[in-house]
Design a protein around this ligand. Structure first.
Ligand code: ZN
Ligand code: ZN
Length: 292
């Protein structure tokens, strides 16, 4: 009976509209029966349908009440540094290298790349690590609110579309956690944020991507202390030698995007990138959800 009804729906000239209506009505009914509570303040949330191209508010509205949503997310827009992705205080003009990157180039007498980033091609982040985005990352990582991974992953995918989708790419590699921390947390947030990228790409482009997402190329061989609270030098020292590539043959000649949830001093990403370069990676870029 159900399959007959499904066949009938498939043949209907407005089948897409009808299934969208049914899906939306289903979600609305579920929201009435089992209303969600705001992840921050615990207030009940009213259902809001999601449009085809959702904004930040649309994506986060099933999880936060309007008052908590208002604390806001600050997406990073141009003009920003071509290399490190830092947004400029002046909101007019085009992207160009920032003074920190230029200073680092000058010290190394090399203006062809940004040595600050140890050959990382470019760093791009969805938003600033403050207000609601900071809260989201804390809720995901430390309070295990994994329902946030999907909307945050979609925000990260929008940044990927804007800055990386046309470039040559072989593999997306989430920055790994050490096995002990992975067991304790139960998931790697850097992987949760990108594991739906191939599906999102197919839905957007209508074809399968020419790249993959892999959490098996790079490993954390040393269980380091948490980087929180350390200064730049301490972070670099703490993370030194922490990563390992299991099969260099799978990395050699590859164009890679490393992904992570937060970018602070870049010490973790630089060490991970350096390990990939030693294994023969051709290029490494960095995509993060938030930057300090
Ligand atoms: Zn709230
Ligand atoms: Zn810069």
């Amino acid at each position: 009976m159900f399959s007959l009804w499904k066949d009938h729906l498939r043949d209907h000239p407005n089948s897409e509209l009808i299934s969208e209506f049914i899906s939306c009505a289903g979600k609305r009914a579920l929201a009435v029966l089992f209303p969600h509570k705001c992840l921050v303040c615990g207030r009940y949330i009213r259902f809001r349908p999601q449009p085809a191209t959702p904004t930040v508010d649309h994506l986060l509205s099933p999880l936060f009440c309007p008052a908590c949503l208002e604390t806001g997310v600050t997406p990073i827009e141009s003009p920003l540094c071509t290399w490190c992705g830092k947004p400029f205080a002046t909101r007019t003009g085009t992207d160009h290298p920032c003074s920190d990157c230029l200073k680092a180039c000058d010290q190394n007498h090399d203006l062809t790349c940004a040595p600050t980033w140890d050959r990382i091609g470019k760093v791009r982040a969805f938003g600033l690590y403050d207000a609601l985005l900071k809260e989201c990352i804390h809720l995901l990582k430390y309070r295990k609110k994994t329902s946030l991974a999907r909307p945050l992953g979609r925000l990260l995918f929008q940044t990927f579309q804007r800055h990386f989708v046309t470039g040559p790419l072989h593999v997306i590699v989430p920055v790994p956690l050490h096995r002990k921390r992975l067991v304790k947390r139960g998931f790697n947030q850097a992987y949760l944020l990108v594991h739906e990228f191939p599906r999102l790409f197919r839905a957007w482009a209508g074809v399968a991507p020419g790249w993959t997402v892999s959490n098996r190329l790079l490993f954390r061989s040393r269980n380091t202390l948490s980087q929180t609270g350390f200064d730049k030098a301490r972070r670099a020292e703490n993370i030194k030698g922490a990563f390992r590539v299991k099969s260099p043959a799978k990395v050699r000649g590859k164009r890679i995007i490393l992904t992570d949830d937060v970018y602070t001093t870049g010490a973790t990403a630089r060490e991970a990138a350096s390990t990939l370069f030693k294994a023969g990676a051709l290029s490494v870029d960095l995509l993060v959800l938030a930057r300090a």
